[in-house]
Every structure is written in C-alpha cells, then in structure tokens.
Design a protein around this ligand. Structure first.
Ligand code: AMP
Ligand code: GLY
Length: 425
C-alpha cells in the first residue's frame, strides 16, 4: 500500500510512526511533514491547500489511502475533492466536519437526537446574546461558533465576563468564527477525551485520554493546543465508556447518516463527566494532539488496517487491541508559547534521550538543517513514554525530557498529576 499522510504536527509524527510499522505499507509519503516525520516518510513536497496538486500527486504515486491528520484541510474539503477524484481517504467530508467546524451545528444535532450536552442558545447579534446571558446568569460559557484554534471559548464565572466575551466575539476578536455565538450552560465535573473510529455506519471505541490545555503547572495560565496528555483516563470506567458509546457516539453516527452526511474518520468527543454521567462539551473530527501520541504508543492493532477498514465502510465486527500499560506525553515548547517565540534554535541530545525503548520522541515544530534539528514552531517535541502506571510513564518521560539539550525550550513538570494522585489513592 502507498499512503499519503497530511499534516506536520506531533500527532502526525505519531501516526507516521504507527503507519510505518504496518506490514501492509510499501511507501509512506507526508505533506508538509517535519524533521521527525521525514525520518519515517518521504516528503511529498506538496501545498496541502492546493487540492488539485494533492490529487495529481496521488495519481502519480498510485496512492491507496490518504490520511488527513488536522481539521483545517477537512473543513476546507480535501476529503470531498479526493473522493470525487476516486481516491480513498480517511477523514470526513466538509459536511461531516461541521461537527468540529460549527459548534452550533453540533448543539442542534444533540438537541435533535437527544445527546446529553449543556442547554444552549445560538445568536447572530450582540443584543439577543446579552439578553440570554442576563436571563441565565453565571457561570455560563460563551463560544465563537467556528474554528478559532482553541481560543474561542470563555468559561465565564460572572455575568460581566460573559457579556465582555459576547461583545468581543461580535466585535470580531475571532474573525468570521465569531460571527455567530453559542452560549451554553456551565457543566461541572472532570473532563476526559474519548476517541472512536467511524466508517459512516459503525463506530468502534478506541481509547480514552486526558490532556492539559493550560500552559503552566497546576493548570494555570493561557490555553494552548495542549501541553501534555496521558491515556487511558482513569475517570473513564468501562461503564462510562459503554454509556458514552450508547448515549453520545452511536446517536451521533445515526444522526449524521440520517442528515445525509455520514461521518467517516475519528470522532474525538470532549466530555464532561458530571454527576449524571458523560455530557458532550464538543466534538473534533480528528485525533487530538498530543493525545494521539499517547494513543499510538498503546495501540497494538495495525493502524493502517483500521484506517482502511474505516475508509471502506468495513469496521463492523472488527476489534482494536491496546497495551494494558499507560502512556504519557510531555510537550516541549519554545519559550514564549502560546505567545510569540523564537524559531531556528538548535535542539541537541535527542538520540540519547530516546535510548529507553519505552520512550518515543515525536516531533512537532521541527525542521532539519543537515544533521542538526532546529525548532520551527510553538509546540516542538512530544516526549512520550509507556509505563505500568501513569507515575512510571511520567518518570520515564521526564527522564528523557531532562536528557534533551535545548535551553530555548520549556515544558510543564506536572503532566498526569491528576492520574498520579489517583494512583497514590
Ligand atoms: P472547547 O474548545 O469547546 O473544548 O472548550 C475549551 C475548554 O473550555 C474545555 O476543554 C472545557 O475546559 C471548557 N468548557 C467548554 N465548554 C464548557 C462547559 N459547557 N462547561 C464547562 N466547561 C466548558
Ligand atoms: N489536545 C486538544 C486538541 O487536539 O484539540
């Protein structure tokens, strides 16, 4: 099989690493890639936004499957254009990617199919949004409807904060993404991420994870794309996984098929485990980054075989096997992230740091310069380790982090704290 992987983050390095292990793989290409991906895949040298060029490349290289990592190309219709050209793709159509691209779309789907989620309203003008906030009171959550790189959500503890957030959205703080605003009830509980692989009709549960979105230790500071993650999420018991499949994932899949936009790809449910059970906070239509890095370390099944089965509508009856161990990923970022940061500084000691067979160092924002590895983004590395407990995986990951020589980088020192505390009992 010849495979083209789209993306350039730590998530895509983990996917490339898992795909490269498949006995089915003949050639693995990647675009845009990074210095780590380029070690296991051949750079396709493609502009991913140029869908015609991607189609032409697939024809030239006889690509059997395109795997799309990030949401932006999906929302932009890359999967639709590949399918129209007769090329097999793993990832949803634009219409199905609305589950991530429009929070209002997802809330309406939940309302229509009885999927548990916070009560909400959708607004296209500031006055009625403000009236809704005053009527409901705080705490309350204000969200820009569209893709806002994780920055379009304000969890307002006071009415004033909520009104400020409404004003900011309609004043254009999030550009087009904020032209519509969703306001929803505050959900109280512990968060967990849940991943399912879908073929339009059938969903298979994959695994659970928890990530750390805030930049500083103790879950303080501004939100980021994710500073670390671990899998499984201890809060997600087998009973909660079964409820999530029955009450959230399966009705979503039926609803999407009903509405003429069947969902193929990864359904990533952001859940709040409330006292009444799992409720949906949001959907993403892809693997999480850095959750994917932890998941791929635990996956025993052949990833390529699974993605092919999903793309072909043949998931029914399949099962997925996982290592019993926990995996934990620590993101190493450039100092200044998620604000402004420097690019081009050299990272040393990566091979020594990865010498433990239970450790993999996935690259995110890196580029090669001859034999040197240079930082080329905000989140730069995902240092990932397996362990029989989260505490052991955490210890191994930080030992590897400490062996990396990159003075311009930083990481959180407490990834996994909630699970480690739970293990201590
Ligand atoms: P989202 O981008 O929708 O995942 O929201 C970002 C973060 O805001 C989530 O990870 C939650 O921590 C928080 N959040 C979003 N919606 C709610 C809600 N309804 N209740 C409580 N917290 C929320
Ligand atoms: N780690 C959060 C995300 O991928 O959206």
């Amino acid at each position: 099989m010849n495979v083209l992987l789209i993306g350039s983050g730590g998530r895509e390095h983990a996917l490339a690493w898992a795909l490269a292990k498949s006995p089915l793989i003949e050639a693995l290409y990647a675009a845009p890639g990074n210095a780590g991906i380029d070690r296991v895949a051949t750079s396709a040298g493609l502009d991913v936004a140029d869908h015609a060029a991607v189609v032409a490349f697939c024809r030239e290289k006889a690509i059997d499957l395109v795997v799309v990592g990030p949401e932006a190309p999906l929302v932009a219709g890359l999967a639709d254009d590949l399918v129209a050209a007769g090329i097999r793709v793993f990832g949803p159509s634009t219409a199905a990617a609305r589950l991530e691209g429009s929070k209002g779309f997802t809330k309406d789907l939940c309302a229509k199919y009885g999927i548990p989620t916070g009560a909400y309203g959708r607004f296209t003008d500031a006055a009625s949004a403000a009236a809704y906030v005053r009527d409901k009171g705080a705490p309350i959550v204000v969200k820009a409807d569209g893709l806002a790189a994780g920055k379009g959500v304000v969890v307002a503890m006071t009415e004033e904060q909520a009104l400020d957030a409404v004003a900011a959205c309609f004043e254009g703080s999030f550009g087009d993404a904020g032209a519509e605003v969703v306001i929803e009830a505050f959900l109280d509980g512990e968060e967990a991420s849940f991943f399912a692989i879908c073929d339009g009709k059938t969903a298979l549960p994959l695994a659970t994870a928890q990530d750390h979105k805030r930049v500083f230790d103790g879950d303080e500071g501004p939100n980021t794309g994710g500073m670390g993650a671990y899998s499984p999420a201890p809060v997600m018991s087998d009973a909660l996984v079964a409820r999530t499949m029955a009450e959230i994932i399966e009705p979503t899949l039926r609803g999407m098929a009903d509405m003429g936009c069947p969902f193929t790809g990864i359904l990533y449910a952001g859940l709040m485990i409330t006292k009444d059970g799992p409720e949906l906070i949001e959907y993403n239509v892809r693997f999480g980054d850095p959750e994917c890095q932890a998941l791929m370390m635990r996956l025993e099944s052949d990833l390529l075989e699974l993605l092919l089965a999903a793309a072909d509508g043949k998931l029914e009856g399949k099962s997925v096997s996982w290592r019993n161990e926990s995996a934990l990923c620590v993101v190493v970022a450039a100092k200044g992230y998620p604000g402004s940061y420097e690019k081009g500084t050299e990272i040393r000691g990566l091979d020594a740091a990865a010498s433990d067979p239970a450790v993999e160092i996935f690259h995110a924002g890196t580029k090669a310069d001859g034999d040197r590895i240079l930082a080329n983004g905000g989140r730069v590395l995902g240092v990932t380790a397996l362990g029989t407990t989260v505490a052991e995986a955490q210890k191994r990951a930080y030992r590897a982090v400490d062996a990396i020589d990159w003075p311009e980088g930083f990481c959180r020192r407490d990834i996994g704290w909630r699970a480690v505390e739970r293990e201590r009992g």
